[in-house]
Write a protein that binds this ligand. Structure first.
Ligand SMILES: C[S@@+](CC[C@H](N)C(=O)[O-])C[C@H]1O[C@@H](n2cnc3c(N)ncnc32)[C@H](O)[C@@H]1O
Length: 304
């Protein structure tokens, strides 16, 4: 009977000029090493696949599974509510993707932070959830609208505020505010400043007490003569930014800069030199605190 042929490496065929294991003993550790590597790779792949399968299985049972790479993030209840809301609502925020992306990027880099938003809207839950662990506070002029939004999302923090201006007064306010010394540095201030019509002087105490890292101005309404217009909100954001005592800048986002009033008041108070970027109808300013000297020196002739 013909002897069964052994694998090549253990035999020496007549034309094998390379020899056997006995002739080449250094092949043994090489074979062991190769075998070990193959077994290791196969096992790892198997385990890896198995873990993926396990994850998949766990995910289907519970939302609690967190992949190891993202364990440092904890999802907040507001974020979960936001997913549910925006996944099931046909009403989306009015700002475009590119516009939202500007403040999204800033919030990603500095959250948790103090985020003040002028206006409640379909975007409010999104803003609150983009600042996890921070303070996001909304200022709304319309009591009915405030009630409606808060009923829908009771976790949002919002205050009803009154604006002392009308859009129809915008030109006059811009051309005369410098005559009122309480509107100008070093007297420019907010709380209780009744002399300066641009200063929002009756906001809730907590608005003045906090230093705001990000301010979004997308309200009040500014598209008809009797509407309050955004003059006071823009002036107030400028005074807040100049008065910052903490490190860093104040990020101010202003929407609807295609409108004359928004553009003119932004140039006057938020300053072109602090404009970082724009997208669509949104401008982003990064405003440093006013140099300590200019806060106290008399006769500052401009905010910029
Ligand atoms: C220009 S909207 C801002 C909209 C917001 N960016 C959004 O995505 O929904 C500003 C103001 O308009 C008013 N407003 C907005 N949507 C409203 C609605 N559906 N009904 C009544 N008032 C509304 C609120 O007073 C709000 O503060």
């Amino acid at each position: 009977m013909k002897k069964p042929q052994l694998p090549y490496i253990l035999t020496r065929s007549s034309n094998n000029r390379h020899g056997t294991l006995t002739e080449k003993p250094w092949l043994v550790p090489l074979i062991i090493a190769a075998t070990f590597t193959v077994v290791l790779l196969t096992t790892t792949k198997f385990l890896f696949n198995k873990r993926s399968l396990t994850n998949h299985f766990l995910c289907s049972l519970s939302s609690a599974y967190v992949t190891p790479e993202i364990t440092e993030y904890t999802t907040t209840p507001t974020q979960l509510l936001a997913i549910l809301h925006y996944a099931t609502s046909r009403t989306v925020p009015q700002q475009s993707y590119d516009e939202i992306r500007l403040s999204f990027d800033v919030l990603q880099s500095i959250a948790p932070c103090n985020f003040l938003v002028f206006g409640l809207g379909h975007d409010s839950l999104m803003w609150a959830s983009l600042n996890p662990g921070g303070t996001t506070l909304f200022l709304e002029e319309d009591p009915k609208w405030l009630h409606k939004i808060i009923q829908r999302v009771p976790t949002l923090r919002a205050h009803l505020v009154k604006y002392p201006t009308k859009l129809s007064e915008a030109n006059k306010l811009l051309s005369t505010y410098k005559k009122e010394e309480d509107c100008m540095p070093p007297n420019a201030r907010l709380e209780g400043n009744k002399q300066c019509k641009l200063a929002l002087s009756t906001l809730p105490e907590e608005v003045y007490k906090k230093e705001w890292d990000v301010i979004m101005i997308d309200a009040p309404k500014g598209y008809f003569a009797e509407a309050p217009g955004r003059m006071g909100a823009i002036y107030t954001a400028a005074v807040m930014s100049r008065g910052r005592t903490r490190a860093g800048v104040t990020h101010v986002f202003l929407h609807d800069v295609d409108r004359k009033v928004e553009k003119a008041f932004a140039n006057e108070f938020l300053c072109k030199k602090y404009l970082v970027k724009g997208a669509g109808r949104l401008w982003h300013f990064a405003i440093p605190p006013a140099p300590a000297a200019s806060r106290f020196v008399e006769n500052n002739s401009s905010f910029c």
